[in-house]
Write a protein that binds this ligand. Structure first.
Ligand code: SF4
Length: 403
């Protein structure tokens, strides 16, 4: 993690160290429309229609009124779905709804856009509306893998969209890349990375293709048409870890890289187990000690917002300080900076004694070459450990109860 981002991360954590009243607050808005479904996609989304858009905006206006953030917002992320499917006037309304709340002066405000939906007019609306960071869903520059993933945009659209984004004056741009598509070689992956770097974005997210249930890719997996190859996936991960820092993109998390000062603050806020409120169908919230997920059905969600009754959630659970601390360890270990058990204990008002089983487990990882002990109670994963971070997360011991 570079110096500017290290300071940023410390700031995010320190807000929490002052007690759980002054948490940095994130806002997530889910726009649940996609014209087609990518073969790997497990996110909730619907085909766009006039009726659906009306339900969405009606529900969103109500939801923002019923569950307003009770403190200034430090990060905003508009995701989907495909938020870029909204018309300029709808994007304008979305921005107005969001900016009617108290936003901190340096709020990071991102929107996810698919290359084929971007127009100069929409970008102008977004920029005037307050958005200051664009996350472009590139996935790959190779048409054959675009087909394999069920993505629809021609590669030229990516270049055109990127040029328009810069011309519109956005100085913080992320590119999302996906690796591990069936048939993709390391050379293909290197070419994707090289093309991404040549565009000079400020941030890169590189995700491994996953096979989620109820996706076309999962069906192909169950039919034996594609297979999971963890060794090959590890090679792709390691290749990017070595490649991108050579071009000024410092890795700060297993799948994320940034130029100095461009680490995604919304993600840092989430991984530090601060708070965020999610709006829109299927959006998740972690706020005032409760984690919940909105209903993943546009009509039901909108109806719930319009009725005077408490809306139903798909999941809703109160979390204890230990639950938050456990997740802070889990997500913190994915960060290159690693974790500080004393800091997490202070953050969640727990005693360091409650972390003794955790510390023992982390000491074992150190002896196996999977983690480094940076100083007393401070650990980060080694490269080998980061390859195994999902397995390590499953094996983390629970924090001990307070004695
Ligand atoms: S654009 Fe994103 S949300 Fe829509 S189908 Fe593709 S992966 Fe899923």
């Amino acid at each position: 993690m570079n110096r500017a981002d290290e300071e940023l991360y410390t700031l995010v954590l320190n807000k929490e160290c002052t007690g759980r009243k002054n948490l940095a607050l994130g806002m997530y808005v889910h726009v649940p429309f996609c014209s087609t479904t990518c073969d790997f996609c497990a996110f909730y989304q619907e085909k766009p229609s006039k009726k659906g858009m009306d339900s969405y905006f009606g529900g969103l206006r109500k939801e923002l009124k019923r569950f307003p953030p009770s403190q200034p917002i430090s990060t905003i992320f508009i995701g989907g779905g495909t938020p870029g499917l909204l018309k300029p006037e709808q994007l304008d309304e979305l921005c107005s709804l969001i900016s009617s709340f108290d936003l901190l002066p340096d709020t990071e405000w991102s929107i996810e856009l698919a290359p084929s939906e971007i127009t100069p007019e929409k970008l102008e609306v977004l920029r005037n509306g307050g958005v200051n960071r664009i996350s472009l869903g590139v996935q790959t520059f190779h048409p054959k893998f675009m087909d394999a993933l069920g993505r629809q945009h021609p590669v030229e659209k990516t270049f055109q969209a990127y040029q328009w984004i810069r011309q519109a004056g956005f100085d913080s741009v992320n590119l999302d890349l996906l690796f591990g598509a069936p048939g993709q070689s390391l050379t293909d992956w290197e070419d994707d990375l090289a093309q991404a770097v040549a565009l000079a974005p400020d941030h890169l997210s590189t995700y491994c293709l996953t096979f989620e249930e109820d996706t076309a890719m999962f069906v192909r997996l169950s039919q034996g048409k594609v297979k999971i190859d963890p060794e090959r996936e590890a090679e792709f991960y390691e290749f990017a870890w070595d490649y991108l820092p050579r071009y000024g993109y410092e890795q700060y998390e297993v799948s994320n890289y940034a130029r100095p000062g461009h680490a995604c603050r919304h993600n840092l806020n989430t991984w530090a187990m601060n708070e965020w409120i999610g709006y829109g169908p299927s959006a998740c919230t972690q706020y005032q000690g409760i984690r919940r997920k909105n209903i993943a059905n546009l009509e039901e969600w909108a109806e719930g917002m319009h009725s005077g009754n408490q809306p139903k959630f798909m999941e809703e659970e109160p979390l204890s300080s230990s639950d938050f601390a456990q997740d802070a360890v889990l997500f913190g270990l994915r960060m290159n900076q690693g974790i500080s058990l004393p800091q997490i204990a202070g953050q969640f008002d727990l005693s360091l004694k409650q972390f003794s089983a955790m510390a023992k487990f982390l000491d074992c990882l150190v002896s196996e070459g999977l983690a480094n002990q940076l100083s007393s109670g401070n650990y980060s994963l080694t490269k080998q450990g980061r390859i195994l971070c999902d397995a390590i997360a499953c094996d983390l011991p629970d924090l001990l109860p307070a004695s």
